[in-house]
Design a protein around this ligand. Sequence first.
Ligand code: UTP
Length: 472
Amino acid sequence: MPPVATLASQLESIGQSKLAIYLQGATGSGAQLLLDEISKFNLEQVATYIKQYGSQFVASPPDETISPAPYFALNDTSWDRALYQSKGEELIKAGKVACFTVAGGQGSRLGFNGPKGCYPTSCVNNKSLFEMFAQTIYANQRKYSTTIPWYIMTSPLNHEQTQSFFKEHNHFGLDPDNIMFFQQGVMPSFDKETGDLLLSDPAHLATNPDGHGGAYKALHVSGALEDMQSRGIEQLSYFQVDNPNAKIIDPVFIGLHAFSPESSAEFSSKMVAKASWNEKVGVFCRVGDHLAVVEYSDLPEELAQMTNEQGELMFNAGSIAIHTISVKFIDQIATDPKYALPFHRAVKKVPYFDTQTGQHVDPSEPNAIKLEQFVFDAMSLADNSIVLETDRVEEFAPVKNATGTDSIITSKQLQSQRAANWLIARGVSIPTNPDGSVNATIELSPITALCPEDLDSEQLPDAIKPGSSITL
Ligand code: UTP
């Protein structure tokens, strides 16, 4: 730990004199906490980020070579789905596949007081997202007679709460030795004009989790990557904590990713057809020689609206943040500086402690820059990345907002709709509303079925009563 004077002079040398002066005058345990916290950062690197992403920031111009990404379409029969399914199943059975959930976000839009994974989400019994995923893992382990380790990335903001939640619920019946929690890193927030590092209170820097893209570094630093290597894990099924419909173990996708001649088996993704040209999802594109996710805000409007002869959107491959990523590729991204991921900047309101006046300031306008990395930026670093289309209801029911689009209400409707679709496929009659939506709330536990074929027609009712709420 460098003494105060050494750290203060380092801060001076990177242009953080206000913080240097404050640190030198600070006393007591708070001063020590702050000293410890600042020393954990590579200050030279922080200075480089402030220079690059601060008030002098220049956004890169849109790439001229952008075109729609090719993908394996849902109804395309030119590739052998059954073959890749069996290849994927072999990998799963051989214990070479693990699940990876990113759960370190702040969940600010949902406004839930706790980690988002603890949010009551299932449509009848209000099971938490974590419980739903745990049961899906349990059911897959049973189906394939295998072990599927589960890696969960948290952040300093929710790590303890997440672990306690699992302990309180006895890890939902999973073996705790096969669940590993690890924390992602944080980035310091800084003033958007001056580049001054901000304090959240007299003893702490204002920081934010470094984005889901922080996963690569965190997997390495935490020892999770080493754990995977020692268990012989080759592929990770990646999903976000807020999508209860994610098919978290999908043999077809895993098989296609690992064995298709078109894939380098490093980083593959799932897409759904966009609901409208301006839906706020990233879009899979070809940029130069590689595939990439272009954020909705970065896709020029004239491209986003472009249609083909059938009137379909040309740029229609919406990302649902489901990927298969190889352990080898993660190791490369995490350890080889030539694979360093960029940061994305967001200008946000960050309350702070003013070191000069000693006052807490609650800004009314965005005052600070937050930096995050994104998992999907690794896509363009893969030699050959592939994209697989899937059905929206089957795999995308995100819980992002408290109300409206992508809220708990829409998520529950989609969960119920998916259950209804599976029951219809097994001959059950489902009541509908005039608009075609399901007139019932149906919760289908993953323990009962992971796909329609798992449902035993003999055990199913002939029909569901209109307006009923049932669990199967
Ligand atoms: P979102 O981009 O939806 O962010 O994260 P969020 O933090 O959950 O919610 P808002 O924007 O504050 O309302 C997508 C996924 O990435 C994870 C989240 O936990 C979620 O599963 N994530 C996001 C991280 O793990 N770390 C981060 O730093 C950011």
